[in-house]
Design a binder for this molecule. Structure first.
Ligand code: HEM
Ligand code: HEM
Length: 193
């Protein structure tokens, strides 16, 4: 089994923290059913996610030159799918909480985070807008689920069809070897997304 270099610790910690938070908030979202306490919790976790995603993006930009190379050969379909999936992940991770925030405003409420602070209102109160933004929020959430499925299928495909275990690349494990020693796959451009 090939050995690959790993993502920096901050990238893997944010990956798993957000994976748990996002999947948790998807589940809470589908359980809401107009229960006020649950809706308040869902919005607060969602706003926290938005903050964490902005941190994750800033961290990725900061570490741009130090990210491990992608395991897919540049120009292959797998390479393009990987780039597209990672970019779409970031788009949805921003769009979903933003749409939730706007829907909340359009419904005439402030988007509050654990009662600590409220986000500024982005939308005027409007029943039609509230309905539309709620539908877009729901649709993009389904998109995220589909993308998670594709992402996990990709990791499994590497394991099954290419005998490559890429999971440790994103695990927050100690003893990270420098890129040059650990990476035995052909050199590619920096990891996508
Ligand atoms: C990335 C974080 C978030 C995820 C994954 C998420 C996911 C979901 C899901 C799956 C639903 C159920 C949709 C349906 O019934 O089909 C939902 C509903 C809802 N979410 Fe979020 N959400 C997030 C962030 C937010 C934020 C930040 C807010 C507001 C500040 C928010 C406000 C709402 C509201 C008000 C509903 C009820 C919508 C309705 O019934 O029309 N969400 N969310
Ligand atoms: C909501 C859930 C998830 C999201 C949004 C997500 C997103 C991402 C993103 C954007 C990357 C690229 C590195 C980065 O920018 O951080 C990545 C890498 C990775 N993810 Fe996930 N992920 C999720 C769940 C999972 C799960 C459940 C697994 C388990 C199989 C997984 C396994 C991996 C692996 C192995 C990599 C490294 C890929 C490589 O470059 O070789 N992810 N993920």
């Amino acid at each position: 089994m090939e050995k690959f270099s790993r993502y920096p610790l901050s990238v893997s910690l944010l990956h798993w923290l957000l994976a748990v938070a996002l999947i948790g908030n998807l589940v809470i979202g589908w359980l809401l059913d107009d229960q006020e306490d649950l809706v308040t919790l869902h919005k607060s976790i969602g706003i926290t996610i938005l903050g964490l995603v902005l941190m994750r993006l800033a961290n990725r930009v900061r570490l741009r030159g130090r990210l491990p190379k992608t395991v897919n050969r540049a120009g292959t379909p797998a390479y393009f799918v990987e780039i597209a999936v990672h970019r779409l992940f970031y788009t949805l991770m921003l769009a979903i909480p933003l749409l939730g925030w706007m829907k909340t405003n359009a419904a005439g409420h402030a988007a509050s985070c654990f009662g600590l602070f409220s986000l500024p209102a982005l939308m005027p109160r409007s029943r039609e807008l509230s309905h539309l933004l709620g539908q877009l929020h729901s649709l993009t959430a389904y998109g995220l689920v589909a993308l998670i499925g594709l992402h996990v299928a990709g990791v499994l495909a590497h394991r099954v069809f290419k005998a490559q275990n890429i999971l440790p690349r994103i695990l927050p494990l100690p003893q990270r070897r420098p890129d040059s020693q650990a990476h035995t796959a052909p050199e590619q451009s920096n990891a996508a997304g």
